[in-house]
Design a protein around this ligand. Structure first.
Ligand code: SAM
Length: 246
């Protein structure tokens, strides 16, 4: 299947993913800036624009899954009004620890909370949240269909699912530069900054194996979402998928 890393089984894939993020947690934010030349900030802002959280004191509960060190939740909190609360859910305690420290440094710890959990089996009741976001996370989840089903389950009717993920570069010329960058620059850069080239080799392979935007949109529909759409940014390096639970 296109979800596995090389030929590892599903359970082993999660173990491998966990090792990757335990290994890189402390340098994760720095690596994002280096690898994307800061572009991940632009892509994340585009996601927050799409989310468009209310600027009022009306209650608004965001669930940010695979939220890692909190980037999406913090950005949303900055854009939102006083009624905003975010729950960052991630399977990896090291990433969450970094996130908690960052929340305190930003004085956002009263509005953003961090909980350990698996995207495939969320520990929240049905119809709890006003929005669900997942940024650069769903690619790491072994059974994407389960994660999408859980997203649908925990969303209130009338609320939105947004997924930011690496996609397929479709601009002639850029695709070759991107390949070169992926295979020749990222792993050595990963080794230099985190001491771990293998984790960044995983990153590159997992991007390649992720479904094409149309196929992924179909999976989102299959989970029950309506008005599914997507747009690609930066020549297809990333795509933002959107769906509504109606
Ligand atoms: N959303 C953050 C961002 O954009 O900076 C972090 C993205 S990071 C590339 C991917 C995250 O997915 C890691 O923190 C990892 O622990 C988490 N993850 C992997 N598998 C998961 C799962 N099954 N459930 C929840 N989180 C998972």
């Amino acid at each position: 299947t296109h979800f596995g890393f090389r030929d590892v089984a599903l359970g082993d894939k999660q173990t491998l993913v966990n090792d990757v993020f335990h290994s890189v947690a402390s340098r994760y934010d720095l690596m994002n800036d280096l690898m994307s030349a800061g572009l991940h900030r632009v892509w994340k802002d585009l996601m927050i624009n799409a989310l468009n959280p209310p600027r009022s004191d009306a209650p608004f509960a965001l669930l940010d899954v695979a939220g890692g060190t909190g980037d999406i939740a913090f950005r949303a909190a900055k854009a939102a009004g006083t009624g905003f609360r975010a729950t960052v859910c991630d399977i990896n305690s090291d990433m969450l620890d970094v996130g908690r420290e960052r929340a305190m440094a930003r004085h956002l710890d009263d509005r953003v909370s961090f909980v350990e959990g698996n995207a495939e089996a969320l520990a929240f009741p049905d119809r709890t949240f006003d929005a669900y976001t997942i940024a650069f996370g769903i690619r790491n989840v072994p059974r994407i269909d389960l994660a999408l089903g859980e997203a649908f389950r925990v969303l209130k009717p009338g609320s939105r699912f947004l997924c930011l993920e690496f996609s397929t570069v479709d601009v002639p010329g850029l695709d070759r530069i991107y390949d070169l960058f992926s295979f020749k620059v990222i792993p050595p850069l990963g080794r230099a900054v985190t001491g771990d080239a293998e984790s960044y080799r995983y990153l590159v392979e997992s991007i390649r194996k992720f479904p094409k935007p149309n196929a992924f949109a179909e999976m989102i529909r299959a989970a029950g979402f309506s008005r599914v759409s997507w747009q690609s940014f930066s020549g297809g390096i990333v795509a933002l998928h959107s769906g509504w639970r109606l």
